[in-house]
Design a protein around this ligand. Structure first.
Ligand code: 5GP
Ligand code: ZN
Length: 111
């Protein structure tokens, strides 16, 4: 738990939030400023600032399982996953999270 970290507070129940999915070490909830009709965030309960600091292989696996299980639960088959790592890549919340976006067209290559 890192003080003043919004995702620590959400993931550990300090800020009441509806979880789309929850496992032992991971929660999934809706993004407050959605970039698609469905926009979820897959977030570990422990504070890890970014992908560059993630070295727990079990947690890596559990995060991807969070993507798979949450999308299955919502019957989403087509979706875009994004992990922004570092401010130059667009990371604003320094508690690792996987974006899951669905319900619209996505272009590729990404801008
Ligand atoms: P980043 O830019 O770090 O990859 O993504 C951070 C995301 O967290 C943004 O899409 C932003 O809308 C979302 N976000 C920021 N604060 C909150 C919050 O308090 N609650 C929720 N549900 N999402 C948040
Ligand atoms: Zn945190």
């Amino acid at each position: 738990m890192s003080e003043n970290c919004i995702f620590c507070k959400i993931a550990n129940g300090e800020i009441p939030t509806e979880f789309v999915y929850e496992s032992e070490n991971v929660v999934v909830f809706k993004d407050i400023n959605p970039q698609a009709p469905t926009h979820l965030l897959v977030v570990p309960k422990v504070h890890i600032p970014s992908l560059a600091q993630l070295n727990d292989k079990n947690l890596m696996s559990e995060l991807l399982s969070g993507v798979i299980e949450a999308t299955k639960k919502l019957n989403i088959t087509d979706y875009r996953t994004v992990i922004n790592t570092g401010s130059k890549a667009g990371q604003e919340v320094f508690h690792i999270h996987i974006h899951v976006m669905a319900g619209r067209e996505f272009s590729w290559p990404a801008g």
